[in-house]
Unconditional design. Structure first.
Ligand code: ADP
Ligand code: 5GP
Length: 200
């Protein structure tokens, strides 16, 4: 006997969710929980030219590649969207996303703001969610305590964050990630509410 969640999945069209917002705001942390809690949803793995961080895995966290490989993929039209973020390139592989959606699975993209704007243009039906920090100082302290970048690179990301925070009105939803559990709960509500939508 299918569960209620499974019945819902059978009777619905699929959704492309885009989770965007400044680096360090908690996108990755929140999405990891959504993937554990919500059935029939998967996160796209992006290609990037940045160095692998300690603990990251090739083809799981990212397809880590050279700039040459990245540009070959771009020329072949393999990206749904791509952007340069600080000094590195990031792109979403088109074929996996299209295949997953056509097979009845919702997809989440975790991408920066320029890429999210491209998705807004190309896929007007995509659901775009902006994650905001409770304050700029809190964003700074999250990036500092994550400690995955040098102090100079953290500063670059914080400068970029100022621009990104000004773009939030282009998106459909804002979730403030102050209390983590509440923020995850709000993201989960958005996913389920969008699954019940009749029109867009
Ligand atoms: P992003 O994917 O947006 O760059 P991360 O998910 O890597 O951000 O989160 C950045 C850091 O902030 C991580 O160390 C994470 O554990 C921490 N973090 C995430 N959400 C919260 C929160 N609500 N309160 C405090 N720390 C948080
Ligand atoms: P990080 O280096 O911290 O992993 O990622 C830097 C920024 O790039 C984050 O905001 C992340 O969401 C974003 N990002 C990751 N993959 C992609 C992608 O495929 N496209 C775009 N446009 N941004 C991405």
């Amino acid at each position: 006997m299918p569960s209620e969640a499974e019945k819902l999945a059978i009777n619905r069209t699929t959704n492309l969710f885009v989770v965007t917002g400044p680096s360090g705001v908690g996108k990755g942390t929140m999405i990891a929980k959504i993937l554990e809690r919500v059935p029939h949803i998967a996160k796209s793995v992006s290609a990037t030219t940045r160095q692998m961080r300690e603990g990251e895995r090739q083809n799981v966290d990212y397809f880590f590649c050279s700039s040459e490989e990245f540009f070959k993929m771009k020329l072949r039209g393999e990206f749904l969207e791509w952007a340069k973020f600080t000094e590195h390139y990031y792109g979403t592989p088109r074929s996996w996303v299209e295949k997953s959606l056509s097979e009845g699975q919702d997809v989440i993209l975790e991408i920066e703001v320029e890429g999210a704007k491209q998705i807004r243009q190309k896929y007007p039906q995509a659901v775009l969610i902006f994650i905001s920090p409770p304050s700029y100082d809190e964003l700074k302290s999250r990036l500092q305590s994550r400690a995955t970048e040098s102090p100079e690179r953290i500063l670059t990301r914080l400068e970029k964050a100022k621009e990104e925070l000004n773009s939030k009105n282009l998106f459909d939803y804002e979730v403030i990630n102050d209390n983590l559990d509440e923020a995850i709960g709000n993201l989960e509500h958005i996913v389920y509410a969008e699954r019940l939508r009749i029109t867009r």
